[in-house]
Design a protein around this ligand. Structure first.
Ligand SMILES: [Zn+2]
Length: 52
């Protein structure tokens, strides 16, 4: 899974269909982040099986 967060922001996104998925000025990593927070929308999508 790919995780992205905007520079200067502590919220990680992991659903590419998140309305806040960063497309520029972001940091990306492929391992689960151990710092910061996870996006509420991404978590809701994952719960609903709607995370892509
Ligand atoms: Zn998100």
């Amino acid at each position: 899974m790919t995780y992205r967060k905007r520079e200067g922001n502590d919220t990680w996104h992991f659903c590419k269909n998140c309305s806040n998925w960063p497309t520029s000025g972001y940091k990306e990593q492929n391992t689960k982040p151990t710092t910061g927070e996870f996006c509420n929308e991404c978590q809701a999508k994952q719960k609903a099986g709607n995370c892509s």
